[in-house]
Design a protein around this ligand. Structure first.
Ligand SMILES: CC(=O)N[C@@H](CCC[C@H](N)C(=O)O)C(=O)O
Length: 381
């Protein structure tokens, strides 16, 4: 049992993870909660499966935004929780249940303790793909309440509870999804010379793709090419006519992103020639880097260090994670920080169990920070 209403909310949300742009039950749950709050200062709009909530300030001159993402992942949960996912094959394995509960906690605080400025809470769908941030930011609904600055957090399994980590400038990488379809000629397993086997072609391609980061990219300009899924063939004694690879590309620079893509295209052409097959490449969704506003982030780290002795701020390195929050930061000053949740299993792991004490810590940290920020005449923007 827990006394914290926001831990209970997190557990409720944990049980209903949904794919991007299909967060129907999640949206309903959040709306039901919002509708039970005192309504005097609240304005609520939905955008697709997302929600925008404005908490009107006392003497508003500016709008400060807080963003939480909403979608789950196609992972079969293996936690020890009694409140496991009830959606078979889906799990909140990237902490978005924590992010939403924290978002509601911060919002609830300001409903009862308004500050001068208006606050905008952005519950954003489809962070894991195909990306809700960009279309949401381009929507009329968002334009009407466009904020002056925007902030977010992401849970970090590797940091202890009570620690946060961030840095000015680039924090997360540029990303692109990668889907490659190979089509050859199927046939009987006993007559390989009469077929073009796409399981063999795909296996060669996966191995060749590993050479891009090792041999085509400056080692000081980090890049990642990960193939996370392979599908091919239908039965053990049938030569596979088709195979499909699904993966993701991560780079710190846009030059490296272009270079990785051109090398993938060259290697795929080579496989087409070498294995007498045809191939298509689809880059799916791509996110721009998370680039933290330098002065705002420096000031935040300094503020945590001086105003919150219970919290340890860590100046971390950049990570090859992707986050479509980068699209918000490409136009609106702000930053994202990691929130320590101390668990041995990483993000996207079926056994991840974030330490829930981080929820109330984050709510109190962010409410304090936004209250302080709203009280500042001048922002370092
Ligand atoms: C924080 C996090 O884990 N984000 C995801 C974003 C994925 C974007 C897209 N589906 C892709 O795979 O490129 C991540 O995997 O970093």
């Amino acid at each position: 049992m827990t006394d914290s209403p926001f831990v209970r909310i997190r557990r409720d949300l944990h049980q209903i993870p949904e794919p991007g742009f299909a967060e129907y039950k999640t949206q309903r749950y959040l709306l039901d909660y919002l509708e039970r709050l005192p309504q005097e200062r609240l304005q609520i709009k939905t955008w697709r499966t997302g929600i925008l909530v404005r908490v009107n300030g006392l003497h508003p001159k500016r709008t400060i935004a807080w963003r939480a993402d909403m979608d789950g992942l196609p992972i079969r949960e293996e936690t020890t929780y009694p409140f496991r996912s009830t959606h078979e094959g889906y799990m909140h394995a990237c902490g978005h249940d924590m992010h939403m509960a924290i978002g509601l906690g911060i919002l609830t605080h300001f409903v009862h303790h308004p500050v001068d400025d208006d606050l905008l809470f952005v519950f954003q769908p489809a962070e894991e793909g195909p990306g809700g941030a960009k279309p949401m930011m381009e929507s009329e609904a968002f334009a009407e309440w466009r904020p002056d600055c925007i902030f977010a957090l992401h849970i970090a399994p590797e940091y202890p509870v009570g620690h946060i980590a961030t840095k000015p400038g680039i924090l997360f990488a540029n990303t692109s999804e990668l889907m490659i379809e190979l089509t050859g000629k199927g046939g009987h397993a006993a007559f390989p010379h009469k077929a073009n086997d796409m399981v063999v072609a795909a296996s060669h391609l996966v191995t060749q793709l590993q050479s891009i980061v090792a041999r085509n990219i400056d080692p000081l300009d980090a890049a990642v090419v990960t193939v996370g899924k392979i599908e091919g063939g239908t039965k053990q004694n049938i030569i596979a006519e088709t195979a499909r690879l699904e993966g993701t590309i991560r780079t710190l620079s846009l030059e490296s992103m272009a270079r990785v893509k051109s090398r993938i295209e060259a290697l795929v052409k080579g496989v087409e020639a070498g294995f007498e097959c045809t191939a298509t490449i689809d880059y799916g969704c791509g996110y721009c880097q998370v680039y933290n506003h330098e002065a705002l982030t420096e000031r935040f780290m300094e503020w945590v260090g001086t105003q919150r002795p219970d919290i340890t701020p860590i100046r971390c390195s950049e990570a090859m994670t992707g986050e479509d929050f980068g699209f918000f930061l490409s136009e609106i000053p702000g930053f994202l920080f990691w929130l320590g949740v101390n668990t041995p299993y990483g993000l996207h792991h079926a056994k991840i169990e974030p330490d829930e004490r981080a929820i109330d810590i984050a709510i109190s940290l962010v409410t304090d920070y936004l209250t302080w920020l709203s009280g500042q005449e001048e922002w370092p923007i």
